[in-house]
Design a protein around this ligand. Structure first.
Ligand SMILES: N[C@@H](CCC(=O)N[C@@H](CS)C(=O)NCC(=O)O)C(=O)O
Length: 264
């Protein structure tokens, strides 16, 4: 019997697990079951999670349940030890764990920025996002000044951050946010570029992110419906590939279901 992962296909937290399993060469060992975020969670799933709706959730072959992507990463690392992704040296693992502790503030700032609907807050949010990248830059300069990754190869910290570098394509598209070409961001830019290009991290594309996250850019998260809309940008049908690119100007335009290609 396999482990089962209940997940939302475009969810960054689930992508962490897919990256880890791919790096370990055991992506096929876990059965990924897709859940539609735009629909209420089915009762059978709520029974397993004791009522919580957040995904990913993993079911062990004997029915026990684990949640939280960082916990699941550690669990998968332990049960598939053959190709370790985390550093084995205690000091090095502590260093990558310190970097991992920076993920929460980094993710939250990006989501606050994309969901903001008030143009007068744009500058402050942009600066807050830059400050987060500057912290990562400083950390890399302290622990890996001349490298590409934190250590020799794409590893634990890269597995945790890369899904968010990908989600933040929505900041480039909807907020015209890019890292400036100044020394303060040079090291993190090099890291980010290598993370984005890594073959184990290609589960999603920029197009998929930009189209699916349109509703976030309009202030509605987690598959909730915006006023005047019947369909979420996270619906499975019509497939995102068949839909047009959404309008970039989130502050002055509210696209309809038709304009987003959600009616097929
Ligand atoms: N801290 C959790 C966060 C998971 C999370 O926020 N998942 C989102 C999808 S990207 C979700 O399930 N949202 C819907 C909900 O909470 O009902 C983790 O690391 O696993």
């Amino acid at each position: 019997m396999k482990h089962t992962m209940y997940h939302i296909p475009v969810c960054p937290f689930s992508q962490r697990l897919e990256i880890l399993l791919t790096l370990k060469g055991c992506r096929d060992q876990v059965d990924f079951q897709v859940i539609d975020i735009t629909k209420p969670r089915p009762d059978w799933l709520l029974a397993k999670t004791h009522g919580t709706t957040s995904l990913p959730v993993m079911e062990l072959p004997d029915g026990r349940i684990l949640k939280e992507s960082l916990v699941l990463l550690q669990y998968l690392e332990s049960i598939y030890p053959a190709r370790p992704v985390a550093q084995q040296d205690p000091y090095k693992h502590a260093v990558e764990s310190m970097m991992a502790r920076m993920e929460g503030d980094f993710c939250n700032q990006g989501y606050r920025f994309v969901m903001n609907q008030n143009p007068t807050r744009q500058q402050e949010l942009r600066e807050g996002m830059l400050a987060q990248y500057a912290k990562l830059n400083d950390f890399l300069l302290a622990h890996s000044p001349d490298g590409t990754y934190l250590f020799d190869d794409f590893g634990w910290a890269e597995t945790i951050f890369t899904p968010f570098f990908m989600r933040f394509w929505f900041l480039d598209y909807y907020e015209d946010f890019q890292l400036p070409d100044t020394p303060s961001y040079q090291r993190v830019k090099k890291w980010q570029a290598a993370c984005l290009a890594h073959p184990a991290a290609q589960q999603v594309t920029r197009e998929e992110i930009v189209k699916n996250y349109y509703d976030y850019a309009k202030g509605a998260g987690n598959g909730t419906l915006l006023p005047g809309r019947q369909k979420s940008s996270f619906v499975f049908e019509p497939h995102w590939k068949t839909r047009p690119w959404p309008p970039k100007d989130k502050y002055n335009t509210s696209a309809t279901d038709d304009e987003l290609g959600l009616n097929g």
